[in-house]
Design a protein around this ligand. Structure first.
Ligand SMILES: *Cc1c(COP(=O)(O)O)cnc(C)c1O
Length: 511
């Protein structure tokens, strides 16, 4: 049936309207594209931005030795808000300047050689370049299907770490953002491997010494096990776990109908750098079917140094272990590693499937995608910042740097004892504890004033802790830039500060 003429012209009109709407929409899209253009700087603009950024980085590294390690005055931090987010645009030079004043020059400067507190971090330049490449290419590293090469890189560096630890074939691991998140992954794996159900959490028992890092407590709570039973295993006179004490506690708990579940051994405690007798703990754990987790966040990479290997023996018998590349491999912050001896246990605790991920399943059967082995899906391409420095520099400089730190810690302990300080045990790794005993007055008050005096000085950064009720100072040598001159400077500063405080008892004796 022929359509009436009116309808034909209507169709034509509709077609014109559709064409106009389409054209309006296209111009709007092009307008928006133009509006978004600053997000994609062109080559000359990239050169300019890079020159400013690189120029700052070069000046920073050149001036670094002359900067303070610690700036007690933190008032400039809040001034970061003088530049409002969402309030217009600013030239990169101005932003970098504000960053320098408010961020880099306040508080602690962890990249500095003088960072000798807590467990120092690093800041390898090669890792900064890797982060730059990872960000520019924005490679996906969550699943092998999308990022086969980046997943290979992550697994390659994890295999290297597993070799270092002494794990057999069939282990797997994950690069997390830090030791705490890596520990959480281990705890969740241990929970699932033991088949613990919610109604058993109150009877599950976790064993550690009083010197275990608090991240395990946090991990237990986050993993839903805040109500688990804690047992504190006794320490020997060098702050190492006594395995017989562990065995006794486990036996008593079994007799009471509890579920002995997880034991944590430290390969380098934060307080004093003590290494628990890992082989003996492994013995008890194997006999009692406990999950044996080793916290090697601080000490793990000392396995690269021959001298330390015997002290770390037994870590290869653990079920899971955490190492922190942003400590012992001197990486910038943002990378902690967990390794699990039985890859299937790690996988069983973390693998999920979703329809929108169906394209990835075929290759996923190999099962070594980070997404199948960790809580994350999309993640920072952390593998590259570990891989690049290791392949660019090779292992020998890492070994030398770690061995240097061991010698520096021993050197400091001898020299500080010579200055008249009371010193803690010979370090197993690179932490030295020490305190000054004033002729009169409270030793704790004196040493608190002493550490505060060093903070006001700021040329180096020292921290303190309490050991058996005694306030002691700690020296932790792990920053890769720390060398002999830094330690000599530290000795000078401590000598000066003690002299000053001894001459002014009113500054500390009032307490
Ligand atoms: C630093 C550290 C942790 C925690 O690691 P983060 O990377 O800070 O989350 C755990 N255990 C020990 C012994 C550590 O030194």
């Amino acid at each position: 049936m022929p359509s009436p003429p009116t309808s034909r012209s209507k169709t034509r009109r509709t077609a014109t309207l559709v064409a106009r709407a389409r054209s309006r929409q296209r111009s709007r899209i092009l307008e928006l594209e133009a509006g978004a253009r600053p997000l994609e700087p062109d080559a000359p603009e990239r050169d300019r931005l890079m020159a400013e950024t690189h120029g700052y980085a070069q000046r920073f590294l050149e001036e670094l030795p002359d900067r303070l390690t610690y700036n007690h005055d933190k008032s400039a931090a809040a001034e970061i808000r003088t530049l409002g987010v969402g309030d217009g645009v600013h030239p990169i030079g101005r932003l970098i300047d504000r960053f320098d004043q408010s961020v880099v020059r306040t508080g602690l400067l962890p990249a500095h050689a003088g960072h000798l507190g807590y467990i120092p971090g690093g800041g390898l330049y090669a890792s900064a370049l890797a982060d730059y490449l990872a960000a520019v290419t924005n490679e996906y590293s969550g699943v092998w299907f999308a990022g086969p090469g980046s997943v290979e890189i992550e697994n390659q560096v994890l295999d290297w770490m597993a070799d270092l630890v002494g794990y057999p074939e069939g282990s797997a691991g994950n690069l997390a953002s830090g030791g705490s998140l890596a520990t959480l992954t281990a705890v969740v794996t241990a929970r699932e491997a033991a088949g613990l159900r919610a109604n058993e959490f109150e009877r599950a028992v976790f064993y550690a010494s009083s010197h275990a890092h608090h991240c395990i407590e946090k991990a237990l709570r986050v993993a839903g096990l805040g109500e688990a039973v804690r047992r504190e295993v006794a320490l020997d006179d060098r702050f190492r776990m006594i395995p017989d004490s562990l065995a006794d506690l486990v036996a008593a708990d079994r007799a009471e109908g509890l579920i002995p579940w997880l034991v944590l051994g430290s390969a380098g405690t934060t307080d004093v750098g003590a290494i628990d007798p890992l082989s003996d703990i492994a013995e008890v754990a194997e006999r009692e079917h406990l999950w044996f987790h080793v916290d090697a966040a601080y000490g793990g990479f000392f396995a690269l140094v021959d001298e330390c290997r015997p002290r770390l023996a037994g870590m290869e018998r653990s079920d899971s272990i955490v190492l922190d590349p942003h400590k012992g491999l001197f990486l910038p912050y943002g990378t902690g590693a967990v390794l699990v001896r039985d890859a299937n246990a790690l996988r069983a605790a973390h693998t999920y499937h979703a329809n929108y991920m169906q394209d990835t399943l075929e290759t996923e059967r190999e099962g070594r995608s980070p997404a199948a082995l960790s809580p994350e899906l999309t993640k920072h391409f952390r593998g590259l910042r570990v891989w690049l420095p290791l392949l660019l520099h090779g292992e020998p400089p890492f070994r030398a740097c770690l061995e240097e730190k061991l010698e520096l810690a021993r050197y400091f302990r001898r020299e500080i004892a010579e200055l008249g300080f009371e010193v803690g045990p010979e370090p197993e790794l690179t932490v030295v504890t020490y305190r000054w005993l004033p002729d009169t007055g409270q030793a704790n008050a004196f040493n608190r004033a002493l550490v505060e005096a060093t903070h006001r000085d700021g040329r180096v950064f020292l921290s303190s802790t309490m050991i058996d009720g005694k306030f002691v100072l700690r020296l932790a040598v792990l920053a890769f830039r720390t060398h002999l001159d830094t330690i000599d400077l530290t000795l000078d500063i401590l000598r000066e500060c003690v002299r000053e405080l001894e001459g002014h008892p009113e500054r500390w004796a009032a307490e």
